[in-house]
Each structure stands twice: as structure tokens, then as C-alpha cells.
Design a binder for this molecule. Structure first.
Ligand code: FAD
Length: 500
């Protein structure tokens, strides 16, 4: 049963400003650890129309960690891939996505209906005893007082305020939390206006197929997306002289929908002009104030990664807040949040921009093939990157690596067994010899007992490793002995500022 907002005390572990997908995911993760969380959201209810239509396996693994993967997966569709066609709708390139479950334990790519996802995230929150959500609460100011932070907001015509140990702004592109900090935008230069049309089919159109169709027509790049149930999405690039009034007229829209559809076959549910931008906040943390999601980065949606990047921010930040508030870690660990997430987000932004530029310019199959597979590889790959810079032992090439998710001998996924903790993975004798962190903070997993775990160590060529709660590697040791594992765990303790 969800906590009553502002019930017992107005003093919280964490106040989250903004209940979009990033804030709702973060609140669920922190609630999973039992932190006292208040979410303040300006709007009265969930926005009923979709913006994002795609998420990846990493997002799904985060949803798994909050017990929502199954219900979210039920409403989503495994993405079959994209067909790139020319201005005459002739096939140029077929980017079929693998249909098998990948190394993370989930399919690499899903199509979803955003209101379904947000409903599930909110349902998850409703079951959490330590998380409260207050809607119609418009945050106006955030002040850091060194040992706590106060958040001021307007609610039902009254000015109110609450205090917390930390505040996280997941309040979108125009973030009030970001504005309260000494942080601005680094503009990475991309700016284009696109018209987004969401249609609900009135008649079956099986011929539209299940693939995304990317029309590479320099005069008018267009994307068609097959969404769940009867939802279909078209995104149409706009020219500078085309005003919002002009392009939201039905007479403009219907002839531009490629592949075509008629008003008898589908009803337009939403038409909106978006300015797609590429921006990174210059600072993601100042003292007790932090930002995540669109408050910290903006990217064009050509990779379907804006929301996914916010979900990765939430997973990265959550365990660091928990380490401080529950495990006794030093506050300095929060410095690693911006260091790890900012460069990682930059890669996704830059890749999204180059995909957009390719869609706008490549008109021949050769140019397109070269643009998407410059290395001549047989199949286009999903973007799948470890952290550029990460905490961990110095010169450890495994630190920050995105890790696979093995199944344990009893069929349980490693992530489920970890329950938000670190995993210390090695052979039985090494685990026994080493001095491990307490079990509320780390799970010891013996490769001797679990074939898939042993296989993972073998493939990586290591004898032991430490996996972080967000499933990136903290570090690994080639040797399988207890002394080597002890050294690795010692580095973890040092970096968290924990006593031995
Ligand atoms: C057309 C389009 C297609 C996209 N497609 C994809 C895709 O396929 N895949 C993908 O991963 N991403 C996609 N994105 C990006 C994705 O939609 C965003 O990255 C994501 O919604 C950001 O989530 P967020 O929670 O960080 O911010 P938001 O969704 O912007 O949520 C911010 C919340 O904060 C609240 N808020 C703001 N100010 C205040 C305040 N002062 N006080 C209280 N509350 C406040 C707002 O009401 C809102 O609920 C797409 C975006 C667009 C526009």
C-alpha cells in the first residue's frame, strides 16, 4: 500500500521531482530498497498519449529489478527490425533484429505504448510502503542547505515545502532542479523539426507489416513504426518554412503518410511538432541536488534511446544513493554518477545524430550500407556500450563493462538473486578465503555451483569479478585465488568509503 503523501513527516531520504518514465523508474528502484521517497509531479494524471515507442534489453533488465518486467513485457512487442526504403518505397536495406533472447536475458529491442508502461510503473509505486506520490505539485525552487535540501512547491493553491537528504530532478527538458544548480546545456548541434502522428487503426491493415519503415527520401525523410495493438506511428521531417499550423492540417498530413493509409482506415489521435535537439547538461550534480533523464540529456529519437538513457541514469544513481543512505558509504561516491553517465549519454546522443543524418542523406543502397555498417559486418548491431569512464580498480579493462545475465542452477536469473546488491563472483575456495562485504550489500555466487556463471567467467577469461547492482562490472581478476578476490573487494570498500 502506497504511503500517504506528506503523512507522518515532511522529511524524506529522497525527493524526486517529476513522474515521467525516469522519475517513476527511480522511485520504484529506491522503493525496492525501502528508502523514504516523495515524488512531486506537476500534472494531475498520466499523459495519455505516447512519445517513446521503443526500449531495449537494458531497460527491460531494470524493469526486472523492480518486479515489473513480466507485466511490461505483456503489453510490449518484440521488435522485428527496420526496412530502409527509397523515395519510391523500393527496399534498400533490411535490418532484421534478432528474435532470440540476448545475453542480458531479454530481447534486444521492444515496441511499446508509453501510457501502458507508465501505468505499470505507477502500479508498481502504488504497492510500495515507503514511496509517496503527490500530483498537482508544481515545484518552484530547490535550495541546498549543506546537510539537507528543501524543495518548495505549489499545491492546491498553497505554497508548501519539504526537506530531504537528496533531491533528484527527473523533471524533463525544462528542469527546475537543473535551473537551481550551476548547470547549463552543452549543445551538440543537432536541431530539426519533425511532425509526429499517432494513428489508431479503424480497419485491419496487415499489409503494413511489423517492420519499422524508414523512407530515405532526401526531400522528406519519414519513419513508420508498428506499435502495439492498433497503434501506428508516423514521424515526418519538416522544412524550415513549414509552420506548425500548416503541418497539423489534415490536408497536409494524409498525403505525407508513407506507407500510405486513408482516413477510413485510421484515426489520427495525436499530431504534434517536436524540435529534436542534442544537448547534455554541463553538471549533473551539485551537492545534494542531482538530475537524470531528459533533465540531463536530450537526443533525437532516431535510435529510440532517450528514455532508455534516463532509465540507465536511474539505475546508476539509485544504488549510489542507497549505498550512502543504507550501507554507510561516503558521499564522494556520488561524484561518479556524472562521470559515468555523462560520457555514456554523449555516445548515444552522437550515434542518434549520425543515424539521423544518414537517414536524411543516404539515397542509395550502397551509401546506406556503408553508413550503417562501416566495418562491413554482416548484420547491423544494436548500440550496446559499456561505460566510457567508470569507478573500479585502476587500469581494469572490465570496469564499466555491460555484463550478461546468467541463470543460476535453479533457473533463477542472477539479477533476481542479487535483489539490488553487488554480486561477488568467483570459485568456492576463493569466496571462502576472501573477506566479503555483509550479505545485505553483496551476494556471493560460486561459479562451482552454477554452470552459466562458470561459463561467463571462462568467456571473459577471468577467475573472479564484482558485479554492480546496476549490472555493470566493477572489476575483475584474472587469477581465481582468494587473495586476488580480497584485493578486488578491498578496492570496492575503498571506493565506497567503507571500513574493512
Ligand atoms: C516523438 C518522440 C519519440 C521518442 N521516442 C523514443 C523512443 O522510442 N525510445 C526512447 O527511449 N525515447 C524516446 N523518446 C524520448 C523520451 O520520450 C524521453 O527521453 C523521455 O520521455 C524522458 O523521460 P523523463 O522522465 O526524463 O522526462 P519527461 O517524460 O519529460 O517527464 C518529466 C516529468 O516532470 C514533470 N515536471 C516538469 N516540471 C515539473 C515541476 N516544476 N514540478 C513537478 N513536476 C514537473 C512533468 O510533468 C513530467 O511528468 C522520444 C521522444 C519524442 C519526443
Amino acid at each position: 500500500m502506497m504511503k500517504e503523501p506528506l503523512s507522518a513527516t515532511a522529511d524524506h531520504d529522497v525527493v524526486i521531482v517529476g513522474l515521467g518514465p525516469t522519475g517513476a523508474t527511480l522511485a520504484n528502484i529506491l522503493g525496492e530498497y525501502g528508502l523514504d521517497v516523495l515524488v512531486l509531479e506537476r500534472e494531475e494524471s498520466v499523459y495519455p498519449l505516447p512519445r517513446a515507442v521503443h526500449f531495449d534489453d537494458e531497460a527491460m533488465r531494470v524493469f526486472q529489478s523492480i518486479g515489473l518486467a513480466e507485466s511490461i513485457g505483456r503489453d510490449a512487442r518484440v521488435n522485428v527490425g527496420t526496412k530502409f526504403v527509397d523515395a519510391n518505397m523500393e527496399l534498400m536495406l533490411d535490418w532484421s533484429r534478432p528474435q532470440e533472447v540476448g545475453p542480458l536475458g531479454w530481447h534486444p529491442s521492444y515496441r511499446f505504448h508509453q501510457p501502458d508502461l507508465e501505468a505499470e510503473l505507477n502500479r508498481g509505486l502504488a504497492d510500495r510502503a515507503t514511496v509517496a506520490v503527490l500530483r498537482s505539485a508544481n515545484v518552484t525552487a530547490v535550495t541546498d542547505h549543506a546537510d539537507h535540501v528543501t524543495v518548495s512547491f505549489a499545491h492546491e493553491g498553497a505554497a508548501k515545502s519539504v526537506s530531504a537528504r537528496y533531491v533528484v530532478g527527473t523533471d524533463g527538458a525544462r528542469s527546475v532542479v537543473r535551473s537551481s544548480m550551476d548547470s547549463g546545456w552543452e549543445d551538440l548541434g543537432f536541431k530539426e523539426r519533425w511532425l509526429v502522428i499517432d494513428v489508431q487503426l479503424l480497419k485491419p491493415r496487415p499489409d503494413l507489416g511489423d517492420f519499422t519503415i524508414q523512407t530515405c527520401d532526401r526531400a522528406r525523410p519519414t519513419t513508420y513504426v508498428r506499435c502495439p495493438r492498433d497503434w501506428r506511428r508516423w514521424e515526418i521531417s519538416l522544412k524550415p518554412e513549414e509552420t506548425a499550423e500548416m503541418v497539423t492540417e489534415d490536408s497536409f498530413i494524409w498525403p505525407k503518410l508513407r506507407p500510405p493509409i486513408t482516413p477510413e482506415e485510421g484515426a489520427i489521435r495525436r499530431k504534434a511538432v517536436y524540435s529534436f535537439e542534442s544537448k547534455l547538461a554541463t553538471r549533473w550534480r551539485e551537492g545534494r541536488r542531482l538530475i537524470a533523464g531528459d533533465a540531463a540529456h536530450l537526443m533525437p529519437p532516431f535510435l529510440g534511446q532517450g528514455m532508455c538513457t534516463g532509465i540507465r541514469d536511474a539505475a546508476n544513481l539509485a544504488w549510489k544513493l542507497v549505498a550512502i543512505l543504507k550501507w554507510g558509504a561516503a558521499e564522494a561516491i556520488l561524484d561518479s554518477y556524472e562521470m559515468e553517465r555523462r560520457d555514456h549519454a554523449r555516445i548515444y546522443i552522437e550515434t542518434a545524430v549520425s543515424v539521423g543524418e544518414m537517414m536524411n542523406s543516404a539515397e542509395t543502397a550502397e551509401a546506406l550500407t556503408h553508413a550503417v555498417r562501416p566495418d562491413g559486418s554482416a548484420q547491423m548491431q544494436s548500440i550496446n556500450r559499456g561505460l566510457e569512464r567508470a569507478i573500479g580498480p585502476a587500469d581494469d579493462s572490465f570496469a564499466g563493462m555491460r555484463m550478461p545475465q546468467p541463470q543460476l542452477a535453479n533457473g533463477q536469473w542472477l539479477g533476481d538473486a542479487m535483489q539490488g546488491r553487488f554480486a561477488i563472483i568467483g570459485h568456492g575456495a576463493a569466496l571462502q578465503a576472501a573477506s566479503l562485504p555483509p550479505s545485505h550489500m553483496a551476494l556471493a555466487v560460486s561459479a562451482d555451483d552454477h554452470d552459466e556463471v562458470a561459463g561467463m567467467l571462462e568467456r571473459l577469461g577471468v577467475g573472479s569479478l564484482v558485479l554492480r547492482p546496476d549490472f555493470y562490472c566493477f572489476g575483475a581478476r584474472e587469477q581465481a585465488d582468494g587473495g586476488s578476490l580480497d584485493t578486488l573487494v578491498g578496492v570496492l570498500r575503498d571506493q565506497l568509503g567503507l571500513a574493512a
